[in-house]
Design a protein around this ligand. Structure first.
Ligand code: UD1
Length: 422
C-alpha cells in the first residue's frame, strides 16, 4: 500500500501543468473499439484507471501502445466481448464498454462494476438507454449480459442526467441504424469531448440544445488522432490547495471556461482568479472567507468531484460553510479523516457543516476514495507538522503524479510503500 508524507505549512507557489482529463479519457478509450482500425489519443494521463482500461482493451483483442502520454489503439481485431471479472470490478467506468461492445460486437459481458466507494451507483439508467436501442440485458452471477440483433435509433429520455448513462447511450447510438435523440442528457464537458472525438472519427452527433443530443447512425468510423483536454477536476484540486495554503499559482492549460462555478466559489472565498488562453492564475493570499453555502449539482453546477477538496479549504476559512451533496450519498467519508487533523465538520445526511479553524495539525489519515484522498493531501499541505496519508492507490487512479505536481508548487512531500502488517 502507498503512503505520502507531507510537511505542511508552506503556501503553494509557482506553476504546474494540468494533466489530461481522466473522465474524458475513459469513455473515449471505450469508444475506440467502435472503429475497426487505428485511434491515437494525445495528452492521455498515465493514471491507473487508464492503465486498467488499456488492459480491458487488450483482453478484447486491441493492440495498444502507450508512450509519453501518447496512446495508440489498433482495434481492427477485436474478437472478445467479455471483460474479465477482476478487471471490471476494479473500476466503475468499465460499464462504459456496454454501449461500445454492443455497437461493435452486438454482445457484451461485463462484470458488475466496482470503483470508488462513494455511494450506491446503480445502473438502471444505462440499462434503460441501451434497451431502448434494442439491447436485451440480464444479470447473471455478478455479470451483466447484453445482446442485440442490431441496435436501432430510438428516443431516450433520462429522468436524471447521468454522465455514464449518457455516454453509453451515445456510444450505443453511433453505429445504430437510424436516428437517436437523447433528452435529459448530462452536459458535462467530458460528454462534449466524447462527441468531439466520435465526430472526428466520422460519427454524426449534434448538440441540439440544453440536454438534447441527436445522433444519426453511421455504418463505419475512420482512423483519427485526438488531443485530450486538461482535467478540470485536477485543476480544481490544486486551486483549492492554493486556497487552503493561501498560495499563488498558475495552473497551465486549466480549462477555465469549464470551471465557472468552481471559480465563482473561489472568488467568494476571497481568491483572485484570472483566466488566460494558457491557463488560470490563482492568487489566494487573501482567501480567508467562507463561501457560506455550496451545493453540488450536475454540470454546470459545482462538481461533486471537488466537494472533498472544498471541505479542506472551507475548514481553514473564517466562519461557517454548509455543503450539500446532491449527487452521491456517501461522499462525506473524508470528513472523519479531516477531523483527525483538527477540522470541525459535522455531517448529517447529505449536508456537512464546517466551522472554519485557524490551523489544522498533522496526523496519520487514510484515503478512502480518489478525490477524498487528494483532499487529505491538501489538508496536509496547510497543516502544522507532518501528515501521513495512507492508501494512496486511490489517488493514483486519477492523478498522474500528485507529488510531482505539488512539488512544482513548492510542497514538501515524500512517498513510499508499506506492507499490510504495518
Ligand atoms: C461520472 C464521473 C464521476 C463524477 C460523476 C458525477 C467518470 C468516469 N466518472 O460518474 O467522476 O463524480 O460522473 O459528475 O466520468 N445513477 C443512477 N442510475 C444510473 C446511473 C447513475 O441512479 O443508472 C445515479 C448515481 O447513483 C449517482 C448519480 O446518478 O447518484 C450520478 O451518477 P453518474 O452521473 O452516472 O456518474 P458516473 O457516470 O458514475
Amino acid at each position: 500500500m502507498g503512503w505520502i508524507e507531507i510537511t505542511g505549512g508552506t503556501p503553494l507557489h509557482g506553476k504546474v501543468r494540468i494533466q489530461g482529463s481522466k473522465n474524458a479519457a475513459l469513455p473515449i478509450l471505450a469508444g475506440a473499439i467502435l472503429h475497426q482500425g487505428r485511434t491515437v489519443i494525445e495528452n492521455c494521463p498515465v493514471i491507473t484507471d487508464v492503465l486498467w482500461t488499456i488492459r480491458i482493451l487488450e483482453e478484447l483483442g486491441c493492440v495498444v501502445r502507450f508512450e509519453k502520454n501518447r496512446l495508440e489503439i489498433d482495434s481492427s481485431k477485436v474478437q472478445a466481448c467479455r471483460i474479465p471479472g477482476e478487471l471490471g470490478s476494479r473500476m466503475r467506468s468499465s460499464v462504459i464498454f456496454l454501449g461500445s461492445l454492443l455497437g461493435r460486437m452486438k454482445k457484451a459481458w461485463i462484470p458488475y462494476p466496482g470503483g470508488c466507494t462513494i455511494g450506491k451507483r446503480p445502473l438502471d439508467l444505462h440499462q434503460e438507454a441501451l434497451e431502448a436501442l434494442g439491447a436485451v440485458i440480464t444479470e447473471e452471477d455478478g455479470f451483466l449480459r447484453a445482446e442485440t440483433s442490431g441496435l436501432e435509433g430510438a428516443v431516450i429520455r433520462f429522468g436524471f442526467p447521468s454522465v455514464g448513462a449518457t455516454e453509453n447511450a451515445i456510444l450505443g447510438a453511433v453505429l445504430a441504424k437510424g436516428v437517436t435523440t437523447i433528452f435529459g442528457a448530462a452536459m458535462e464537458p467530458e460528454i462534449w469531448e466524447l462527441c468531439r472525438f466520435l465526430n472526428e472519427k466520422g460519427a454524426k452527433i449534434t448538440w441540439m440544445k440544453r440536454g438534447e443530443i441527436r445522433i444519426e447512425g453511421v455504418k463505419r468510423l475512420q482512423d483519427s488522432r485526438f488531443v485530450l483536454t486538461a482535467d478540470r477536476i485536477v485543476a480544481g484540486t490544486y486551486l483549492f490547495g492554493a486556497i487552503a495554503t493561501r498560495g499563488r499559482v498558475f495552473l497551465e492549460d486549466a480549462p477555465g471556461p469549464q470551471m465557472r462555478e468552481v471559480l465563482r466559489t473561489a472568488r467568494l472565498m476571497g481568491a483572485q482568479a484570472e483566466e488566460s488562453k494558457s491557463g488560470l492564475w490563482i492568487n489566494a493570499e487573501k482567501a480567508f472567507r467562507s463561501p457560506e453555502f455550496v451545493r453540488t449539482a450536475p454540470y454546470p453546477g459545482f462538481p461533486t468531484d471537488l466537494q472533498s477538496p472544498l471541505l479542506t479549504a472551507a475548514s481553514l476559512a473564517k466562519g461557517k460553510t454548509a455543503v450539500q451533496e446532491t449527487i452521491f450519498e456517501s461522499r462525506f467519508q473524508t470528513a472523519s479523516q479531516l477531523r483527525k487533523m483538527g477540522a470541525q465538520i459535522a455531517v448529517e445526511g447529505n449536508r456537512a457543516l464546517i466551522t472554519g479553524t485557524d490551523c489544522l495539525h498533522g496526523a496519520c489519515v487514510e484515503a478512502r476514495e480518489l478525490r477524498g484522498g487528494a483532499a487529505l493531501i491538501l489538508a496536509g499541505l496547510a497543516a502544522k507538522g507532518v501528515t501521513q496519508v495512507r492508501n494512496t492507490e486511490y489517488i493514483s487512479r486519477g492523478y498522474e503524479d500528485i507529488c510531482r505536481d505539488l512539488r512544482c508548487l513548492g510542497a514538501k512531500l515524500k512517498e513510499g510503500f508499506y506492507s499490510d502488517s504495518t
